[in-house]
Ligand binder design. Structure first.
Ligand code: TYD
Length: 203
């Protein structure tokens, strides 16, 4: 990609606190007057709403169909959200990206590495840094049980363990591992510092 202000991805198990963290980081950057924006995948576009139906159990999809649907939504996410924002000079904070498809859709049919390669073959750009919120599956489950919303598809201990192992097998070199047990404010400070370092280098 051409020089840009920074593309940062947040990954981790359901319940690891990605959304809270990206919002805190957005607030910190905004307070300093640094232009930034938060997005998430699945998107809020039609391709993402279709995936929400799968995630809530309203719709069944085969493994291949799941991967195809997440790739399709990712293309929309890039074309409509991420790339225009980077072009406008904004730092992009993205809650889940191709590493989620690799970790969540991997299994006996497809390895996490294979799924990651498929994403790369679509030309999806690598982020500048990937912030991985590491959390024990047992703790993730406790946090998820405390939530009021309906249980989503991947919320069982065995599945969360599989997903965590898959993440461990594919996290790239530019991953910043974070302990999800730290306080949100502490995590946000750590992340903001890393982001501003990358941004400084790009200028
Ligand atoms: P997320 O929005 O992080 O969860 P929540 O709705 O609790 O805020 O993610 C929604 C779910 O989508 C999550 O269980 C992981 C799943 N997912 C995949 O299985 N593959 C993917 O490629 C992505 C982006 C998400």
């Amino acid at each position: 990609m051409a020089p840009h202000p920074g593309f940062f991805v947040f990954e981790g198990l359901d319940g690891s606190g990605k959304s809270t963290l990206s919002r805190h980081v957005f607030d910190l950057l905004s307070r300093k007057g640094v232009p930034s924006i938060c997005f998430a995948e699945p998107t809020k576009f039609e391709t993402g709403l279709y995936l929400r139906k799968f995630l809530s159990g309203e719709l069944e999809l085969s493994g291949e169909e799941q991967i195809g649907a997440f790739l399709k939504d990712r293309e929309v996410s890039l074309q409509r959200n991420i790339l225009p924002a980077l072009k406008e000079g904004k730092i992009v904070l993205l809650d889940r990206y191709m590493y989620s498809t690799a970790a969540y859709q991997s299994g006996p049919e497809f390895s996490a590495q294979e799924i990651l390669e498929r994403n790369r073959a679509c030309g999806f750009p690598e982020p500048d840094l990937l912030f991985y919120l590491d959390l024990e599956p047992e703790q993730a489950l406790v946090r998820l049980e405390g939530r009021k919303e309906a249980k989503e598809r991947f919320e069982s201990l065995g599945t969360l363990e599989k997903i965590r192992n898959a993440y461990e097998s594919i996290l790239p070199e530019n991953t910043v591992r974070l302990d999800a047990n730290l306080r949100p404010e502490e995590l946000a400070d750590l992340v903001e510092e890393k982001i501003l370092l990358v941004r400084g280098k790009g200028r």
